[in-house]
Ligand binder design. Sequence first.
Ligand code: SAM
Length: 230
Amino acid sequence: MDQTDHPYPGAAARRVRDVIERLLSEGAAVARSDGTTHDLFPIAVSVAEGEALRGWVVREGATRTVEIGLAYAVSALHVCEGLLENGDPEARHVAIDPLQRTYFSGCGLQFLEEAGVAGMVEHHAEESRIALPRFVAEARGFDLAFVDGNHHFDGVFVDLCYLGRLVRPGGVVFLDDYQLPAVERAASFFLRNLGWELEEVSEWDELHRWAVLRTSTAPDTRPFGYYVDF
Ligand SMILES: C[S@@+](CC[C@H](N)C(=O)[O-])C[C@H]1O[C@@H](n2cnc3c(N)ncnc32)[C@H](O)[C@@H]1O
């Protein structure tokens, strides 16, 4: 079922909310694909992070979003809830995760189906460094990106390089695990050299924090000699 099947406005978003509440309160789920039980946390985003993510989707009026790291889809459910609130029936979320059907036993896709939003989510079972350049070649574009995949410096750096081309000028990149030195350093390149702005850095929860970056609206006209240490 997709959001257009609902007889009255808000019903689709409420169905997503019901699944989010159930996952948060139970903290674990059984995969339909293989019967395995999965503890969702701390892999999945926290309540606070999910709410912040949904808030940014709504504030930006996003209709096209992309996520690196679907896993248990708690982040994706919050993104979809925000997209539904924004009210565009054509809104779509793209989620990249090479391990969804193996390590995660398809749980994320299962929860999206239970929430009634499987039809608005496009899953790519491959690494972001493979999928994102293809999206560039296909001239795809997004209003907002959520990054929660490979947290090595080079993984995040490559993701941000491609997202700089895929997210619209002045769009938002919501970056998880900003407490990791590698993640903060990768973001720092874009802030110090490419004119991106730091919109928000969250408070610490027990384990971590996130940051929200805004991409530059100015074209990249740096001469080759231009470099700011980061
Ligand atoms: C911390 S989990 C994401 C949790 C998810 N956001 C949620 O709320 O349930 C990290 C995810 O990144 C995925 N991942 C790791 N390396 C990746 C890569 N290179 N490209 C895309 N996804 C990757 C993993 O398979 C895992 O599902």
